[in-house]
Each structure stands twice: as structure tokens, then as C-alpha cells.
Design a protein around this ligand. Structure first.
Ligand code: HMG
Ligand code: NDP
Length: 432
């Protein structure tokens, strides 16, 4: 673990950037008169989204909504150290990710495969088996149409991989769906695959004499599964060996419970998504797509379950954490290439491939989850979370920047974290 990150959070934003710059992980150097830095040096202004670009990105644009961007430290994924960019509005998320990463150590992550799945749906099918047979027996021709519609992806080594069919019985009758799996290379592949589907659909209509209801990719990304695993020596969980055993045992129990009670599983997974969404936003990825896929995956057994599992390995005396989830991420396409902050974020991650990015993101989810459940089964969430929330509370009740530190200090001393207490402290401070 790089000692340089000890107490990173106690530094000023300028000092943090200087550390990242000196490590060669960030192209931003605040003192642009210094000639000793990297060749490509940017100022913070260079990584803000220009209004003119933003106006091209969405419709009816008026101005930019800003989120704070921070860096979670201490991550080691597949033996490589990372500082992870996170855009998030919630206090304590980045602290928890850094804390979790420091405690879990090297995380071994693997993207098993990376394909996007799309669907062409035929409704009101009277003879579904016959229609499935027609589509299946013309698979070769449909595959050629799909390849022709994604010529550049095919040239890059990606493109359509497989075509298959399935029948679903609905209230209105049978639906026959043609699935196409697609390797989008470094892109997420939504637009690329939708183009393929809309090119294949008319041929299916002609072959089957049925008009497709829709042609669209699925965000249930079961062919883009990532796993991450960490092994924590139980002894490292606390200076007191007995307490360390108890913490490990209780983390394993919390994990078991998240597999059986959907009320708990949902919050368990929210904790995981705290970290994941923040990295997705920072890197310009489609977090709605990932959210939809992840929660569908959490329900794949018919019961909504926790995405991670923690178990004690008695043979090694380790607490072993594992996470498995679908992550169809991208390092190009969408708005990633035009959003300067997303480009900076990818630089900070050493310009990963889409597979590597998914491995980093799954690791963030695992470390984030560890920090949250460790806090839950030890001192409780409020001590760490609310201590950091105090700053938001102070701002919320109208403290100005010269008053925030004092209000936070007094809130922590009082042990009461609510707006009434914060208002009272602020009034006293102002001599009212
Ligand atoms: C809050 C901490 C980190 C304090 O944790 P601590 O034990 O006081 O930390 P520490 O002093 O031992 O420091 C360990 C490392 O944590 C980091 N760290 C420590 N403090 C800071 C800080 N201020 N700012 C930035 N980083 C910080 C930092 O990297 C530090 O290393 P060092 O720099 O000393 O070498 C801990 O209590 C924690 O991890 N809590 C979990 C908080 C959390 O999960 N928040 C998310 C919001 S709650 C929620 O939405 C989800 C949830 C909880 O419901 C999910 C679920 O139920 O499963
Ligand atoms: N349900 C959903 O989730 C939906 C999501 N979306 C949105 O679609 C967007 C993502 O679609 P996607 O198709 O990924 O993005 P794009 O439509 O931007 O397509 C990828 C682009 O990247 C280019 N490219 C350059 N290098 C590479 C490379 N190495 N690998 C792959 N592509 C490369 C491609 O070039 P070339 O043209 O030469 O192939 C193409 O122009 C996101 O904005 C998402 O929000 C849209 C519809 C539905």
C-alpha cells in the first residue's frame, strides 16, 4: 500500500492534486509555471464540461448541474494500485471506500466475458414452435445481416456472436423473441446493438410473416459478469484478536442475512452501489443501465439477494469477500469521449480497457460493502457517517464557510446530529 496516501483526506484539494500529479496519475498540475511536470498538463478549467459541448449532449440544455468529484485511495486491484475517481453527493462514501480498500488489500477481479444482449420481440404468435424453427434455421443469414450492420465492430474483432430464440406465454398469447449477443469491444454497445437489431428485424418479419413489436438491447447483462474477491487476515481486523474474530464472525452473519431478507439485501446492495454509481458517473458511464441490470441480477434466483458474500475460511484464518454482478461498461462511445472530466477520470485509472474498468468498479463495490458492514456490526453506521454528515448539516442550516468548522465541532461534541441542534449551535455562535 502506498504510504503517500496515509492521511490523504487531511490535505487540501490542491495538495491532493499535487500528489496525484507527482505519481503521474493525473494530468492536472495546479502550478502551471512549474516546468518539471508531465508533457500534457491541464488546469482544472480544462476538465470542466464546456456549455457548448453540454448543449450538444442533451436536449433543452440550460446549464450544468455540478457534483463534487473526489478520489478514493488505497485501492489495489489485480496487483495494480489505483486512485479511484468518484462523483457523489453523499458524505462518507469516499471515506468508506478508501477505508474499505485499505483494509481489504489486494482485490482479485475478473471479467468473465463481455457481450451485450439484444431482443427482437414478435407478439401474438399462434404457432411459436414453428416460428422459432423458421428463425433458427435462418440463423446464418440473420448473422450475416447483423455483421453487415456492425461492420466497424466486426473489423475491431467484435460484433454479433450468437443468435437464439425463446417463447414466452403472455395473457394476449405467445411472444417469440430472437436474442442476439454482441461484443461491443470498448463501447457499452447500446446504440451499436440497437442498430443491428433494427437491421435484422425486417428480415425476421419477412421470414415469419409477423411484425416485430420492438427491437432493443437488454440491460440484464448476464453475459457481462464480473467477479471480485478479497482475502483479509482476520487478525488484521482489530488489535484485539478476540474482537477481530468477533468482527469477522459478525460480518459473515450480516452477509448471510443479506441472502435471506430482501429488506436487508436492498440496503446491502445500496451500500455497494454507493461506490459503483460514483465511479460510473465520474467515468461517464450509463449508471441507469447498470443499476437496472444489477438489481435484476440480484433477483435471479426469484428472491432479491445481496450481491456480495463474506465467509470465514478457517483453514487460512481469513475473511473472504466475493462479489458477482453484471457490469456492461465502456471506455469509448456515448458521451465518454466528449466529456473532459470523464476523460480525466479514465486517465487517473491509467486508461483502462472496458474489462479492466469493470474489474476496478466491482472491486470498489466490494470494498465499499466491507466498510459499510464492518461499521454496521461494530460501532454502528451513525458514528462515522454522521460525523461526516455534520458538514452538510451545518451548510444546510445556513452556516457560512467561516462558521462550518465550529458548527461541526460543536455538533460532534453534542452527539446530536439534527437540524434543530445545528440551528441552535449556529445561533449561539452568532451571539443570537
Ligand atoms: C467513516 C469511516 C471511514 C471512518 O472510519 P475510521 O475507522 O474512523 O477510519 P480510520 O481513522 O481508521 O481511517 C482508515 C482510512 O479510512 C479513510 N478515512 C477515514 N476518515 C476519512 C475521512 N474523513 N475522509 C476520507 N477518508 C477517510 C482513510 O483512507 C483512512 O486511512 P489513513 O488516511 O488514515 O491512512 C468508517 O466509519 C466507515 O467506513 N463507515 C462506513 C460509512 C459508509 O458506508 N457510508 C456510506 C453511507 S451509509 C449508506 O448509504 C449505506 C449503508 C451503510 O446503509 C449500507 C449497508 O447498510 O450495508
Ligand atoms: N437501454 C439502454 O441502456 C440504452 C442506452 N443508450 C445509450 O447508448 C450509449 C452507448 O451506446 P454505444 O453503442 O456504446 O455508444 P456509441 O453509439 O457512441 O457507439 C460507440 C462509438 O465508439 C466508437 N469506437 C471507437 N473505438 C471503439 C472501440 N475500440 N470499441 C468500440 N467502439 C469504438 C464507435 O465507432 P464505429 O461507429 O466506427 O463503430 C462508435 O462510434 C450510451 O449513451 C447509453 O446511455 C441508448 C439506448 C438504450
Amino acid at each position: 500500500m502506498n504510504q503517500i496516501f496515509n492521511g490523504f483526506y487531511k490535505k487540501t484539494p490542491q495538495e491532493r492534486l499535487e500528489i496525484l500529479h507527482k505519481l503521474g496519475w493525473s494530468k492536472i498540475r495546479l502550478d502551471l509555471t512549474d516546468e518539471t511536470g508531465l508533457e500534457e498538463v491541464q488546469s482544472i478549467d480544462d476538465i470542466q464540461l464546456p456549455n457548448l459541448v453540454a448543449d450538444q449532449m442533451i436536449e433543452n440544455y440550460v446549464f450544468n448541474y455540478q457534483l463534487p468529484l473526489g478520489v478514493a485511495v488505497n485501492f489495489i486491484v489485480n496487483d495494480i494500485p489505483y486512485s479511484v475517481p468518484m462523483a457523489v453527493e453523499e458524505p462518507s462514501v469516499i471515506a468508506a471506500a478508501s477505508n474499505g480498500a485499505k483494509k481489504v488489500g489486494n482485490i482479485k477481479a475478473k471479467m468473465l466475458k463481455r457481450e451485450t444482449i439484444g431482443q427482437i420481440v414478435l407478439p401474438n404468435v399462434e404457432k411459436p414452435m414453428l416460428i422459432q424453427d423458421i428463425i433458427n434455421s435462418n440463423e446464418q443469414e440473420l448473422m450475416e445481416i447483423a455483421k453487415a450492420a456492425s461492420e466497424n465492430m466486426v473489423k475491431r474483432g467484435g460484433g454479433p456472436r450468437k443468435i437464439w430464440t425463446q417463447t414466452f406465454e403472455g395473457d394476449s398469447g405467445a411472444f417469440v423473441t430472437t436474442y442476439i449477443s454482441f461484443d461491443p469491444c470498448e463501447a457499452m454497445g447500446a446504440n451499436a446493438l440497437n442498430t443491428v437489431l433494427e437491421n435484422v428485424a425486417p428480415r425476421i418479419a419477412t421470414l415469419t410473416d409477423h411484425e416485430p413489436l420492438m427491437s432493443i438491447l437488454s440491460n440484464y447483462a448476464t453475459e457481462a459478469i464480473v467477479t471480485a474477491r478479497c482475502e483479509i487476515p482476520i487478525i488484521s481486523l482489530d488489535k484485539d484478536a478476540m474482537l477481530a474474530e468477533e468482527i469477522a464472525h459478525n460480518i459473515a452473519l450480516a452477509s448471510e442475512y443479506a441472502q435471506i431478507d430482501p429488506y436487508r439485501a436492498t440496503t446491502h446492495n445500496k451500500g455497494i452501489m454507493n461506490g459503483i454509481d460514483a465511479v460510473l458517473i465520474a467515468t461517464g458511464n450509463d449508471w441507469r443501465a447498470v443499476e437496472a441490470g444489477v438489481h435484476a441480477y440480484a433477483s435471479r434466483s426469484g428472491v432479491y439477494r445481496g450481491l456480495s458474500k463474506w465467509k470465514i475460511d478457517h483453514s487460512t484464518n481469513e475473511l473472504v469477500g466475493e462479489i458477482e454482478l453484471p457490469l456492461q461498461l465502456a471506455t469509448v462511445g456515448g458521451t465518454i469521449s466528449v466529456h473532459p472530466t470523464a476523460q480525466w477520470a479514465l486517465d487517473l485509472l491509467h486508461q483502462p480497457t472496458a474489462n479492466e474498468l469493470a474489474e476496478i468498479v466491482a472491486s470498489v463495490g466490494l470494498a465499499q460493502n466491507f466498510a459499510a458492514i464492518r461499521a454496521l456490526v461494530t460501532e454502528g453506521i451513525q458514528k462515522g457517517h454522521m460525523a461526516l454528515q455534520a458538514r452538510s448539516l451545518a451548510l444546510q442550516v445556513g452556516a457560512d464557510l467561516t462558521e462550518v468548522d465550529e458548527v461541526v465541532k460543536k455538533l460532534r461534541e453534542s452527539g446530536i446530529m439534527n437540524s434543530t441542534k445545528a440551528k441552535e449551535i449556529l445561533s449561539l455562535l452568532r451571539g443570537k
